[in-house]
Design a protein around this ligand. Structure first.
Ligand code: NDP
Length: 462
């Protein structure tokens, strides 16, 4: 979605920086969108802290410190040769080593990874842990590939990536299309090339340096964040009907935590369509989902063959809205991909009574959709804050690797929960401090930015 000139609000300076970003990074609409959303919030800060402008913090923060782009050749099971493109964006290391996931999806390109890396910088700052921001991945599509093909691809990818990363330099994790299987293959190849067993990736298996709760963390965190937002209105998730999109890692554990809190999730989706289950997705159905998606790697449509009363709606690319967001509910947890809630979807959600949106996916709402949520003054938790639980727990995995210790499930979950409460508090209080109470978008952008900007000032012109 291109950012139109007329959409750019804010001071002349913000407009000037935005024009520079668009001119220097043409054909990267997602990156423009992510930058604009942050810059509009930062206008409030720049009025109070003119030193950021004279130090050109904005111009520096939108420029990646380093970008790698590389060829990834691999052979399929029939011996055919394929060539994909690999990327790693090292966006900002002001407060710690670069940290952020790897995405394997055919839609991956430089602009998408730059938007993700940019968001990651602020998100990581919010976690209270010492992590800089990065992101990477490839336009490789793991869907329909055999385990051996995925392994050969991962090994080829790591054969270039290994020279750029390290436990004190850059620590990648998973994202769309990169789960436990892929992290295993990537880790194995890194270890082989470096002859070093080290915490260079997070999301590792439990037997070889992984942390309990890391797979659950993003979904759990998004639900904890929603619970905190509801707490400001003396409410809870108990009994709330929830729309969830996606059916991968984030969606699965969002459903699990919603059930723990007594809520009723009623939808799930994949890139082919979505299911609606009025009776609610209970623990038996969740168990089926985990097996369907993580073991058999099947499609969400199969839900209807297994359970009565579940309806399936295939994706209709001709529609200018997503019918998943057009059901009566209280809460929405977008957990699939960017820009999955457009202006029309946001309108439908509000019309159907949704007043809590907690973003598990990265930038799932367009600028137009977000504006509607903010204008309606609903409890709108933006991705940077609401889905920070994943990277926070990756940070906890790094700590355990450094200490050569493993914490119990309860211990990690408790730390995750406390971090999500702290992120919520920081966003809530910062929004208030800067004159926009209840605006978690401003709260998250500003709270994340201040720590980075001050660290950049401290470290001089680097
Ligand atoms: P998974 O690959 O496990 O699952 C992704 C899900 O979203 C799948 O159901 C997939 O369907 C669907 N999906 C992906 N792309 C599209 C698309 N273009 N259109 C429609 N559906 C799509 O990824 P995750 O659950 O890990 O990630 C989901 C979101 O959460 C992403 O935005 C990611 O950046 C974000 N996130 C993830 C974190 C993590 O720890 N994993 C941390 C923070 C954010 P299908 O299988 O058909 O492709």
């Amino acid at each position: 979605m291109a950012v139109a000139e007329a959409e750019i609000k804010g001071s002349a300076y913000v407009k000037e920086v935005m024009a520079l970003v668009k001119a220097k990074n043409p054909a990267e609409p997602e990156f423009h969108q992510a930058v604009l959303e942050v810059l509009e919030s930062l206008d409030l800060v720049l009025q109070r802290r003119p030193e950021y402008r004279s130090a050109r913090i904005l111009e520096r923060i939108v420029e990646p410190e380093r970008v790698f782009m590389f060829r990834v050749p691999w052979q399929d099971d029939r011996g055919e040769i394929h060539v994909n493109r690999g990327f790693r964006i090292e966006m900002n290391s002001a407060i710690g080593p670069y940290k952020g996931g790897l995405r394997f999806h055919p839609s991956v390109n430089l602009g998408i990874l730059k938007f993700l890396a940019f968001e990651q910088v602020f998100k990581n700052s919010l976690t209270t842990l010492p992590m800089g921001g990065g992101k990477g991945g490839s336009d490789f599509d793991p869907k329909g590939k055999s385990d051996n093909e995925v392994m050969r691809f991962c090994q080829s990818f790591m054969t270039e990536l290994f020279r750029h990363i390290g436990p004190n330099t850059d620590v990648p994790a998973g994202d769309i299309g990169v789960g436990g299987r892929e992290i295993g293959f990537l880790f194995g190849q890194y270890k082989r090339l470096r002859n070093e067993f080290t915490g260079v990736l997070t999301g590792k298996g439990l037997n070889w340096g992984g942390s309990l709760i890391r797979p659950e963390a993003t979904g759990y965190g998004a639900v904890y964040f929603a619970q905190e937002m509801l707490g400001t209105r003396k409410e809870s998730l108990q009994g709330k009907v929830c729309l969830v999109s996606g059916s991968g890692n984030v969606a699965q554990y969002t459903i699990e935590k919603l059930l723990d809190f007594g809520a009723k999730p009623v939808t799930l989706s994949d890139s082919s369509g979505y299911i609606y289950d009025e009776a609610g997705i209970d623990r038996e159905k969740l168990k089926f989902l985990l097996e369907l998606k993580n073991v058999r790697r099947g499609r969400i449509k199969e839900f209807t063959e297994k359970f009565k009363g579940v309806t399936y709606t295939p994706l209709d690319p001709k529609l200018d809205y997503n019918p998943l967001w057009n059901h009566k509910a209280h809460c929405a947890f977008p957990s699939a991909t960017q820009n999955e809630i457009n202006g029309k979807d946001a309108g439908n959600l509000l019309k159907n009574g949704v007043y809590v949106v907690s973003e598990g996916a990265n930038m799932p709402t367009t600028l137009e959709g977000a504006k509607q949520f903010l204008d309606a003054r609903i409890l709108y938790g933006p991705a940077k804050a609401a889905n920070a639980g994943g990277v926070a727990t990756s940070g906890l995995e790094m700590s355990q690797n450094s200490l050569r210790l493993t914490w119990t499930r309860e211990e990690v979950d408790q730390r995750l929960h406390n971090i999500m409460k702290a992120i919520h508090k920081a966003c809530y209080e910062t929004a208030e401090e800067f004159g926009t109470p209840g605006n978690y978008v401003n709260g998250a952008n500003i709270a994340g930015f201040l720590k980075i900007a001050d660290s950049m000032l401290d470290q001089g012109l680097v």
